[in-house]
Design a protein around this ligand. Structure first.
Ligand code: PLP
Length: 349
């Protein structure tokens, strides 16, 4: 059942793109308030940012409704996904996740000697929580859940996931990657964070890269039990990779709710435009998205598709699963989405 990604050319050799829709970046960021804070604080860059980082941690703890000891920072959530994998899998074991899933944690787990136990998503594209629970064995060191999921953009029911995490975390830690949760209309309310307050061994990852539009400024965090963070912090202090201006930018970004709302609204407008454009092309079996990207089936081999889209200066991603080729397109500006649909029409014609 393993899904496959057709890798695009490395970014370094990609031509200048007219529509860069390959990395789920937010075209509007950083927020005006974040940008100002970044610029204003740059002159403090001769100092390490520990004091400011603790201020950011306190602010995040307050926002999440947990204690500061439950927060660990990283230069992007990738850093924390990868380090969690290194620590939990250094003696082997296996990781249970959906197939397809976001592969960053899983690839690192494999590279230090663990194996991947993929469980196909259900027909409605949600996680098959029952099958995932059954897949856990005595070698399972972690369950990884990305909700909403990447690359499918699909959502798993909040209540079912709370029940799953509550129960399963008694046996094995559950990692819930909530990179795209903010794109839901109800914002971050459907987080698994409150389980940490109930003493559950659940690790929740969040990032400033997506709705806050700060992918290049590199800030993310995890929320988890103090003991769990203690294990991770033996090999990494977390915050050492974060620059001082990024810390200030993150604090300002949290306050810039106007920007967050704008990102969510414009993102939803673009999704609607893409759905309508796909329907006009006769592509009706796209996966309804809860995120800042949409995946849809294409009748073309993935590598050739990527090459032709790149020639038209449009960057997207291509996957293969369930005996079908798929294109994943990120939501850019409306102009970029128009460039994308024009290119798609040409390539698939
Ligand atoms: N998790 C998911 C599901 C993602 O899609 C991404 C980036 O695309 C990340 C984590 C990593 O993002 P970052 O390292 O910028 O926080």
């Amino acid at each position: 059942p393993f899904f496959k990604e057709y890798l695009p050319k490395p970014e370094a050799v990609l031509p200048e793109l007219a529509a860069k829709l390959n990395a789920n970046e937010n075209p509007y960021g950083p927020s005006p308030m974040a940008l100002e804070a970044f610029k204003d604080s740059a002159s403090g860059g001769n100092r390490y940012a520990w004091k400011e980082l603790f201020q950011l941690v306190d602010k995040i703890a307050d926002f999440e409704g947990v204690e500061s000891k439950n927060i660990m920072m990283g230069p992007g959530s990738s850093d924390l996904l990868e380090k969690t994998a290194m620590v939990l899998f250094m003696n082997g074991g296996n990781v249970v996740s959906a197939d397809p899933a976001y592969m960053s944690l899983i690839r690192v787990a494999e590279s230090v000697g663990a194996s991947w136990k993929p469980v196909p998503l259900k027909d409605d594209w949600s996680h098959d929580l029952k099958a995932m629970e059954e897949a856990i064995d005595d070698q399972t060191k972690l369950v990884y859940i990305c909700n909403p999921n990447n690359p499918t953009g699909s959502l798993t029911d909040h209540k079912e996931l709370v029940d799953f995490c509550s129960r399963v975390s008694e046996k094995v830690p559950v990692f819930v990657d909530e990179a795209y949760l903010w794109f839901l209309d109800e914002g971050a309310k459907k987080s698994m964070v409150s389980l940490v307050n109930e003493g559950k061994d659940v690790i929740i990852a969040r990032t400033f890269s997506k709705i806050h539009g700060m992918a290049g400024l590199r800030i993310g965090y995890i929320v988890a039990l103090e003991e769990t963070l203690g294990r991770l912090q033996k090999i990494t202090r977390g915050g050492m990779g974060i620059t001082l201006p990024s810390v200030y930018a993150a604090m300002a970004a949290m306050d810039d709710t106007e920007f967050i709302d704008k990102s969510r609204t414009l993102n939803a407008d673009c999704r609607e435009y893409v759905y309508q454009s796909l329907k006009k092309m006769g592509i009706t079996s796209y996966v309804p998205s809860s995120t800042s990207f949409i995946i849809f089936p294409i009748e073309m081999e993935g590598r050739a598709f990527l090459e032709q889209m790149t020639k038209l200066k449009v960057g997207v991603r291509a996957f293969q699963f369930m005996d079908q080729n798929w294109c994943r397109v990120s939501m850019g500006t409306m102009d970029e989405m128009k460039t994308f649909t024009a290119a798609l029409n040409k390539v698939l014609a």
